[in-house]
Write a protein that binds this ligand. Structure first.
Ligand SMILES: [Zn+2]
Length: 248
């Protein structure tokens, strides 16, 4: 039986039993774990802190990262590693972050056939494309990484919001207040349901990584949402569409 290992940054609180049940329904043996970066030697934590500082973005439209970080940036990363509750902090290059995580996944658990590793983080993760960085909700690899901050910030809110906000920030705030059901907030009660939708994506990706495709049905959790409204509709569906059901 394959194992699904759900790694959680400290401070993240979700309804874990819901996520665990979903993975169990897909015949995984499930393990909940804490941080990937844990029980570290001084040397290892220094190395991670330096690498994290190196892979932060310096500009949203320059692909180059931060190869010579300032000591204060490295010190920030070190404090974050120790923190009980993490801050989203700067934006990081998602695939570089993922590669660093992978280095700390036990070597015997790196086979994609036997293990589905999923890391939940509050870090802001972006990927480069079309001459700019794009914030991401989920990245598929070993491990799959889901950014809770990305759920709030990566899919766009309605155009009206941006138009109003640009005219006057107070109008933007008023829009947010009046349309709470249309966008996900930080620490939102609906976060677990949305994460569940992304777990479906992780599971279907894991089954056939080279041929994984998003679903065209906007009411399927495998739909590739670009807007908050779409995400709150698609990813919160309790079950995939008929094409992606029933259970294996
Ligand atoms: Zn579907």
């Amino acid at each position: 039986m394959p194992e699904a290992i759900l790694w959680r940054e400290s401070g993240i609180s979700l309804r874990w039993e819901v996520l665990q049940d979903l993975l169990t329904a897909y015949h995984f043996q499930v393990q909940l774990r804490g941080e990937v970066f844990r029980d570290l030697t001084e040397e290892a934590s220094q190395r991670i802190a330096r690498r994290m500082a190196e892979i932060r973005l310096v500009s949203s439209d320059k692909e180059v990262l931060n190869p010579n970080p300032f000591p204060v940036e490295i010190a920030y990363e070190k404090r974050q590693m120790m923190a009980e509750v993490k801050k989203p902090g700067p934006v990081y290059s998602g695939f570089d972050f993922l590669a660093l995580l992978r280095d700390f996944i036990p070597a015997k658990e790196r086979s994609l056939r036997d293990y589905l590793h999923i890391v939940l983080t509050v870090k802001r993760l972006a990927t480069w494309g079309d001459d700019r960085w794009h914030l991401r909700t989920i990245l598929f690899s070993i491990p799959v990484v889901i950014s809770l901050t990305g759920l709030v910030e990566a899919p766009a809110r309605d155009r009206d919001y941006y138009i109003l906000k640009q005219a006057d920030p107070a109008l933007g705030d008023r829009w947010l207040e009046a349309h709470k059901s249309d966008w996900l907030d930080y620490e939102d009660d609906r976060t677990t349901d949305v994460v569940q939708g992304y777990l479906y994506q992780a599971i279907f990706w894991w089954r056939n990584p080279s041929e994984f495709e998003f679903c065209k049905n906007p009411e399927c959790p495998l739909y590739n949402s670009h807007w908050q409204k779409e995400m709150l509709r698609a990813q919160r569906q309790a079950r995939p569409c008929p094409l992606h059901s029933p259970l294996p």
